[in-house]
Design a protein around this ligand. Structure first.
Ligand code: NAP
Length: 485
């Protein structure tokens, strides 16, 4: 098992107003790999959530007025602390989330990348000057921070999903109350500890833990909270959007996906297989941008299956801290049940199982990496995010059919395709209904790009300059009656 070098990063308290707080009730957090209790966190009551919001509201004016460069320097210091404590943070992620240590390190780098990126963006909240329509008038547009913001994040990337929101909000001059997933609160609390060490003023970044629905309702009932940024399932996103309608409050939604991965006959098959492995098996398939439906053109269908079978057969399954493990445990029993149901349902409806197909010898929560051929739209795995290590492949005839099948989903987060034909690359990229398209590429996330989806995959973008804009309000000033020079 893993030990932290810096035990102070393991916090079993909430952080708001620059101090650590306990609660009356608590929730246990377990290691998904072996079910052992890692620790417990407070189950925030309404008073605690309101106190966190009050701290964020009190901190807001000074943080807003601090200026972008000064905010950027503090974010950069926070970034440096993530780099310094990279190994401990990776251990924490593996302990509470389950992913292999190498992937956990990559997640820390990804999370730190958002802090660094937005440290650079903080001074760039440019406004504009509009040529006046009348003599003596001056028109100026300011970009101002929205105010207190709330964030609710999922368990699959406990560091990166939080850093992506917090870095942008804080760079813009907003303050934040964050509520991490109950399966993975310790990474968020470690980030709060490092924010404190970096010198972020009290109340700028706050973390509350506990029952999701109560915290969300309390946060969104607070007038001071101006925006919610949510990453998670589409079902919960809908509920939160309804709650935001009351305010009304702004909302950004990063929701589920059902990404197609299309391989045309002219593709470089080696690259397509490497991309397919990356797009599917990162985090054991538990990513929102995971390829979920593999569509392969008929002339290369069997060749692709053969190569995939070979590559999937080599994947090693085990606890995330074991050396050379490619795939860790799934997050919980419900996740295991869902993945096994998808496999069973597909087999019952005619899919051919080429690799895996059930529980791993290690038992739950370990599932075998699985390859299914001849999947079809009648199957659950075609219509729902499997969120597990299962590749389902279907053949297609031509480009028009690939596009139609690719778009035949309510979701639109990511899509991937492989081709060597430049004209086709443009055509297909334009035709696919998704917020992000990987063309001959299976890994597309990066702090400098606008991450987000269309259709039922959400609204708003995180990362890039769009990420900063998401936390800025527009104010127009009209100066009238100026004396001519
Ligand atoms: P989830 O059940 O929607 O949970 C996400 C977060 O919402 C967790 O913090 C959860 O708390 C909380 N939550 C649950 N029910 C709630 C309620 N009624 N009111 C308020 N908050 C509530 O999703 P998940 O299964 O944890 O995460 C996987 C989903 O996230 C997948 O669909 C995946 O595609 C999506 N995701 C999207 C992106 C993206 O950027 N588009 C990135 C990562 C993941 P608890 O932990 O206590 O349940």
């Amino acid at each position: 098992m893993l030990e932290l070098d810096d035990r102070e990063l393991f916090r079993e308290r909430m952080f708001y107003g620059g101090r650590w707080h306990d609660g009356r009730r608590h929730l246990e957090v377990r290691n998904p790999a072996d079910g052992r209790v890692l620790g417990r966190v407070p189950d925030a009551d309404e008073a605690a959530v309101r106190a966190a919001v009050a701290a964020a509201a009190a901190a807001f004016p000074a943080w807003r007025d601090e200026g972008g460069p000064a905010r950027g320097r503090l974010l950069q210091r926070w970034y440096e602390l993530l780099e310094i404590h990279r190994e401990d943070l990776a251990r924490l992620i593996t302990l509470e989330q389950g992913k292999p240590l190498a992937e956990a390190r990559a997640e820390v780098d990804y999370a730190a990348g958002f802090l660094s990126w937005f440290a650079g963006e903080a001074p760039r909240a440019y406004g504009e000057v509009i040529p006046a329509a009348r003599a003596g008038e001056h028109i100026v547009v300011l970009r101002e921070p929205i105010g207190v913001t709330a964030a609710i994040t999922p368990w699959n990337f406990p560091a990166a999903m939080l850093a992506r929101k917090a870095a942008a909000a804080l760079a813009a001059g907003c303050t934040m109350v964050a509520r991490p997933a109950s399966a993975t609160p310790f990474t968020a609390l470690a980030l709060a500890e490092l924010a404190d060490r970096a010198g972020l003023p009290a109340g700028v970044f706050n973390v509350v833990t506990g029952a999701a629905e109560r915290i969300a309702r309390t946060l969104l009932a607070e007038e001071a909270v101006r925006k919610l940024s949510f990453t998670g399932s589409t079902a919960v996103g809908r509920e939160l959007m309804a709650l935001c309608a009351e305010g009304p409050k702004r909302i950004a939604l990063e929701l589920g996906g059902n990404a197609p991965f299309i391989v045309f006959a002219d593709a470089d098959l080696e690259r397509a297989v490497a991309g397919a492995l990356a797009a599917k098996f990162r985090n054991g398939g538990q990513t929102c941008v995971a390829a979920n439906r593999f569509l392969v053109q008929k002339p290369v269908y069997e060749g692709f299956l053969e190569r995939m079978a070979e590559a999937i057969g080599r994947l090693r399954v085990g606890p995330g801290w074991a050396p050379s493990v490619d795939i860790g445990p799934l997050i919980d029993q419900a996740a295991v049940d869902k993945v096994l149901d998808h496999i069973e349902d597909a087999r019952a409806k005619g899919a051919r199982c080429l690799v895996g197909g059930g529980l791993h010898d290690l038992g739950p929560p370990y599932v075998q990496p699985t390859l299914l051929a001849e999947v079809s739209p009648a199957m659950r795995l075609w219509n729902e995010e499997t969120f597990g290590p299962v590749v389902g492949v279907a053949p297609f005839e031509d480009e028009a059919e690939a596009i139609a099948l690719g778009n035949a989903t309510p979701y639109g987060l990511a899509a991937y395709f492989y081709t060597r034909d430049l004209d086709r690359a443009w055509r297909v990229a334009r035709a696919l209904e998704a917020g992000m398209i990987g063309i001959n590429e299976g890994l597309i996330s990066n702090p400098a790009v606008p991450f987000g989806g269309v259709k039922a995959s959400g609204m708003g973008r995180e990362g890039a300059h769009q990420g900063l804009e998401a936390y800025l309000e527009t104010k127009y000033l009209c100066f009238g009656g100026a004396r001519p020079s």
